[in-house]
Design a protein around this ligand. Structure first.
Ligand SMILES: [Zn+2]
Length: 305
């Protein structure tokens, strides 16, 4: 079986390992993916936007310890400018920490992360759809892969047909903050992803968990919510999900979600578990779960310096 654990936004507290309460959950997977929602670099200056996040390079060993790959497709990896972004990519390369959803130019930014596990090729494509669009990678400009319909269709088809990915996860950074139900655009885009070959869609950004849907038998997790992330005070924003997808050799898929309860320092602790059999594939209507019953971890690193 190939397991894929994906985690939500992580805001890293480097003085003490903020992942420690999830060490077992994160390690017991063949592949562990997180969204790195900050820049790791001492270079650059904060750009003109409401919140800017960066972490020191001491954060890198923690990423390496827990994650197989991180997504840099989000609205914070560009917070300190292009030079800081590229400096982070260089550091990730030096530490052999794979990343996806961003790169030194358009082509690199749109490449999927692929790893073969137990005879199956698992692929992950990351896209950012939340402003500022200045973070977008262009032909000769570093940045994130922009969540554009044409790019997404092209990326999925390339992964499935040219790169022979058996199981493809699309990992979009999207949606409106603090909205517990996905928007019409998220729903439309998720359908386009699955219509073109995605096997699962796992999203984030809204700081809260959103609903889960099944479309053509494929799960859509619109938002995993926060994971390692401080600065929030209410229960919804201090609840995230660690999603675990398990693939059987016959190609069937199972998933479950572990709730993460985030303390005042931004450190998540394991909460309740919800399994895939809590919802029926025969009922493709919106499945709204109680947010207090679910949790996934989203990987976001931030330091307030
Ligand atoms: Zn975000």
């Amino acid at each position: 079986m190939a397991c894929v654990a994906t985690s939500a936004t992580v805001h890293l507290v480097v003085e003490k390992d903020p992942f420690r309460h999830f060490a077992n959950e994160l390690r017991h997977a063949d592949l562990t993916i997180g969204n790195l929602e900050c820049v790791i670099s001492a270079k650059g200056k904060p750009i003109d936007k409401p919140y800017t996040f960066r972490a020191p390079k001491q954060a890198l060993p923690l990423l390496k310890k827990y994650f197989s790959a991180v997504s840099v497709a989000n609205n914070h990896t560009g917070d300190f400018g292009k030079a800081a972004f590229v400096d982070m990519l260089n550091s990730l390369d030096q530490q052999s920490i794979p990343y996806f959803g961003g790169g030194r130019h358009l082509r690199e930014a749109h490449q999927p992360f692929i790893r073969e596990i137990k005879g199956k090729r698992i692929g992950i494509l990351g896209y950012n759809g939340f402003f500022p669009r200045s973070f977008e990678a262009l032909d000769h400009v570093p940045g994130s892969a922009w969540l554009d319909e044409d790019f997404v269709i092209q990326g999925i088809r390339q992964a499935k047909h040219q790169l022979h990915v058996d199981f493809l996860v699309v990992y979009p950074h999207w949606g409106w903050e603090y909205q517990k139900l996905a928007s019409a655009r998220q729903r439309a885009m998720a359908r386009i992803m699955i219509d073109n070959g995605a096997d699962a869609v796992v999203g984030g950004h809204p700081h809260v968990t959103q609903d889960i849907e099944v479309y053509k038998g494929k799960p859509i997790f619109y938002s995993l919510g926060n994971f390692v992330f401080d600065g929030f005070s209410d229960d919804d924003t201090r609840t995230g999900w660690l999603l675990r997808i398990t693939l059987a050799s016959d190609g069937s898929m199972d998933w479950r979600v572990r709730e993460a309860k985030i303390d005042t320092l931004g450190v998540p602790r394991p909460g309740r578990m919800l399994r895939a059999d809590h919802f029926s594939d025969a009922d493709p209507v919106l499945h709204r779960f109680s947010t207090s019953a679910l949790r996934a971890d989203y990987f976001f690193i931030n330091s307030r310096r």
